[in-house]
Design a binder for this molecule. Structure first.
Ligand code: A2P
Length: 257
């Protein structure tokens, strides 16, 4: 079997000048864990040009979904931003990644902390019924520069809560905390500051972050990841992996396109 498949683009949605999402067909044999990523791309000059993308669809869905930034001179995203319904894209066979449930110790609450396109793996995770079995509360935090950058996440949360089956499973367990840094908005500030100050947990009536009860998944840019890791360590959280589950896991949002 070839290491890369071809899938058909089903639809494309441009959210802003810099952000778009698209759905493709899914090979029934393509299995993944919610939160994982895979290499996807396009043939360029006869060779596959691939980058890592988190699945933004859940593993129980028939189609695949991806959320991407557009970098004007990015070798892949400048081309990927042109794709249209019916086009073919390349999808690798080996999903992988650290944002998976088994890398976390059991806990009461799951915090999903993201900036920018780092929300993509959490879109998959908030659609996972099992997550609501494991945790009493799931808190999705999404920090962006501008209000319009929040649109994709907002729409997904809306859809998830409108889905009859998921809504029943989720009940009142899912808490959504969108925030922006560069223009006025009801929730303002960097995700790091809002977590540290207790603004996030407090707004849902939850206790301050505590390694005994809280588990954290983090996905964003390199500076945000570095600051989050420092904060986690200060608070007594330990990093988890598949071989040794812990209190938090991180993955960089894939933005070098
Ligand atoms: P800011 O506007 O203050 O830089 P980007 O598009 O650059 O990835 O940023 C997405 C969001 O992540 C922005 O709101 C940005 O805030 C924020 N951000 C950037 N660096 C950090 C950091 N070190 N800690 C927390 N948030 C960060």
């Amino acid at each position: 079997m070839a290491a890369i498949d071809t899938q058909r683009v089903l639809d494309v949605h441009h959210w802003t000048d810099r952000l778009f999402s698209f759905r493709t067909t899914r090979d029934p044999g393509f299995r993944f864990e919610n939160g994982q990523f895979v290499m996807i791309g396009l043939p360029v000059d006869g060779r596959p040009l691939l980058r890592a993308y988190s699945m933004a669809s859940a593993n129980h869905e028939d189609t695949l979904e991806f959320f991407s930034i557009k970098v004007p001179d990015g070798p892949l995203t400048s081309r990927l931003a042109q794709i249209q319904e019916g086009d073919q894209i390349l999808v690798g066979h080996k999903p992988t990644g650290t944002l998976v449930q088994d890398s976390l110790l059991p806990g009461k609450r799951l915090y999903l902390i993201s900036t920018g396109t780092g929300v993509a793996p959490f879109v998959s995770i908030i659609k996972d019924p099992e997550v609501y079995d494991r945790f009493e509360a799931v808190v999705l935090v999404h920090g962006c520069r501008f209000v319009e950058d929040l649109a994709y996440g907002e729409q997904i949360v809306d859809n998830v809560l409108k889905d009859e089956i998921l809504a029943e499973i989720i009940g009142d367990k899912l808490h959504y905390y969108p925030t922006v840094t560069r223009e006025p908005y009801e929730r303002k500030g960097r995700v790091t500051d809002l977590l540290r100050s207790g603004a996030v947990s407090g707004s849902f009536g939850l206790p301050p972050l505590d390694p005994d009860a809280d588990r954290v998944m983090i996905c964003g840019g390199p500076a945000m990841l570095a600051d989050m890791v420092e904060m986690m360590k200060d608070m007594g959280f330990s990093e988890g992996s598949a071989s040794r589950p812990g209190h938090y896991v991180i993955e960089k949002a894939f933005v070098e396109r």
